[in-house]
Design a protein around this ligand. Structure first.
Ligand code: ASP
Ligand code: MG
Length: 409
């Protein structure tokens, strides 16, 4: 008998009819001889609705109280789903995060799971029940309700699967898997049957927002087989798993893109030790995450320094950078928030030269100017003007033959 954790997101439980359809899927899985634990999100739009209620009262809600409020969304769906299961003749029991001891730290609104006690859940499963658990929430050492950050139900599901030593964690969502590129951009993008944790982390952080990134990190750490699949159509979805020596690693698995980018440049900085830290220190202190960094020393012993941040942080970063420029005697500061990052991702790249070159040539042939480049073992990323997003992604998808699925070596 296998133990399966299933997670259903907001759209999958968005109406009473859909909750009933979820109950049918759960029952089907159980009838196949499995034990089933279900993790659910709030009904679609509910978390936003609760947030806006809070905002109607104050622009700075107390983080603790916000968690008390937001956790009610998931509490509603666990109860409704359990009722639907019972109504269809299948014993079920619902639990909030606190009730199954999803222990977190006390960082309200973005808490991290530190421990889960699986004994109670195992006991209920052994009695033949379906266990329905509220996603996105936990409880801190002092018994306060915490939440895990937007999209956190994915992480609850994976953490639950790890704690229960489940055979598989299935994330049901409104897409039927992970694709070689965003299907809204590339019409012949292909579903990937499997992808490694590492590749998924790149794809997720680069904008293929299928899963909360943290859930993939969790899955990698605890070796949880994670499957993304559609809650509306049958199909195998995409299995996110370890690199398997028996299977040939894909050279290129996909083209990811990220629209939430902005770049800032500080020009004519004196070239001396400590400059990078003087520029980036105040930005880090303001809790702004820097992604790509390019530094180049010119002939006049002056340095130009360019980096990217999330587009939402653009104005704030610009203000900080202007102050720094005055303090260190830089010549000028400029920026552009109409850029995008496009990346070619594949674990097989590790042992294969020449990928970057194919990429640059393909973009050049389309007259697309590359503004910045960065590489890691398993990806090459470029920054280009925003209006080249679609053309760039399509061009690269074709250049690597991804209309036939992942490119093998
Ligand atoms: N309900 C929460 C959100 O909307 C958590 C989740 O759905 O994963 O972000
Ligand atoms: Mg989600």
């Amino acid at each position: 008998m296998a133990l399966i954790v299933q997670k259903y997101g907001g759209t999958s439980v968005g109406t009473v009819e859909r909750i009933e359809a979820v109950a049918d899927k759960v029952i089907e899985t159980k009838k196949q001889g499995n034990q089933v634990v279900v993790v659910v999100s709030a009904m679609s739009g509910e978390t936003d609705r609760l947030l806006s209620l809070a905002k109607d009262i104050t622009s700075t809600p107390t983080p603790r109280e916000l968690d008390v409020l937001l956790s009610t969304g998931e509490q509603t769906t666990i109860a409704l789903l359990s009722m639907a299961l019972e109504e269809k003749g299948h014993p079920a029991v619902s639990y909030t995060g606190g009730q199954v001891h999803i222990r977190t730290d006390n960082e309200h609104n973005k808490a991290r799971i530190v421990d889960i006690e699986g004994a109670k859940v195992h006991k209920q499963l052994a009695e033949g029940k379906v266990v329905v658990i509220a996603g996105f929430q936990g409880i801190d050492e002092d018994g306060n309700i915490t939440t895990l950050g937007r999209g956190g139900s994915d992480t609850t599901a994976v953490a639950m699967a790890a704690a229960l030593k489940a055979d598989e964690c299935r994330i049901y969502t409104d897409v039927d898997g992970v694709y070689t590129a965003d299907p809204r951009v590339v019409s012949d993008a292909q579903r990937l049957p499997r992808i490694t944790y590492e590749e998924m982390l790149e794809m997720a952080s680069l904008g293929s927002k299928v899963l909360q990134i943290r859930s993939v990190e969790f899955a990698r750490k605890y070796n949880v087989n994670l499957r993304v699949l559609s809650s509306f159509e049958d199909g195998p979805g995409t299995l996110i798993t370890d690199e398997d020596e028996n299977m040939e690693a894909a050279l290129i698995s996909g083209i990811a893109h990220n629209k939430d980018e902005a770049k800032l440049t500080i020009v004519g900085v004196p070239d001396m030790p400590g400059i990078a830290s003087q520029i980036l220190g105040p930005i880090a202190d303001a809790n702004i995450e820097v992604d790509m960094i390019v530094q180049n020393v010119g002939l006049d012993n002056k340095t130009d320094f360019t980096f990217t941040v999330n587009r939402n942080d653009y104005e704030k970063t610009m203000a900080i950078l202007k102050k720094t420029a005055d303090a260190i005697g830089a010549k000028e500061v400029s920026g552009d928030n109409r850029i995008v990052k496009i990346s070619v991702v594949g674990v097989g790249m590790r042992s294969h030269a020449g990928i970057a070159n194919i990429m640059f040539k393909a973009l050049a042939d389309e007259g697309i100017n590359i503004q910045m480049i960065s590489t890691s073992e398993i990806k090459v990323s470029v920054v280009v003007a925003e209006n080249y997003l679609e053309l760039g992604v399509r061009t690269l998808h074709a250049a690597f033959g991804l209309e036939n699925g992942a490119m093998s070596k």
